[in-house]
Design a protein around this ligand. Sequence first.
Ligand code: SF4
Length: 224
Amino acid sequence: MTETTTCRQCGTCCRKGGPSLNREDLALVRQGHIHHDQLITIRQGEMGYNPATGRLEPVPVELLKIRGQGSGWACLFFAEANNGCTIYAHRPATCRILKCWQPESLLATIYQNTLRRADLINPNDPILAEIARHEQACPGKEFTGLLADTDRDSLARLTEMVRADLAIRGEVAQKVGISLEMEFFLFGRPLFKQLTGSGIECVAENGGIRLERKLPSPTSGRGE
Ligand code: SF4
């Protein structure tokens, strides 16, 4: 079998998810090659895929990633028809560095020099105050910690955070008329969506929501 030494543009990396942006990519956004609503924020402390360990782990810094296509993982700019990148000449630094046959070069750069929301927003824009309010009401680190906690009080606090997350998104959407995609940039992934796989269910009730822990099925853990 011949050893891979150059990119064959097989598209495997692009199908696994869009890259995180770093400071080198600031110009790509400023020049309009990548738009704010094509990004999704992974807030500090929330769970994210760490390519160095191959696991989902709390991210130590805020990340801005290129969104996936629909509900899938493939990078928004990936063109399945020809395994191509629709912004190839202006692709982010991570995509230029990545050599799937030699991942060490990329792994050394993970969480280094990352771009944050504030880097892409005018310092006088009042939306920064809304982002700060959201961070204070539902910090990513606290949310992730509570997901693993089975205490009754933790469920109450989680409920409070999920409600605050929805309320702030709704208020800002009403006030400034942002799209759902822009909401993903401003506030990251909705907290109720991050409950998936945690054993906690978000139930709609009387025009609001409540959280409940799902009981393990009687057959779980028996290999049946
Ligand atoms: S920006 Fe282009 S090269 Fe980078 S992951 Fe997306 S499709 Fe692939």
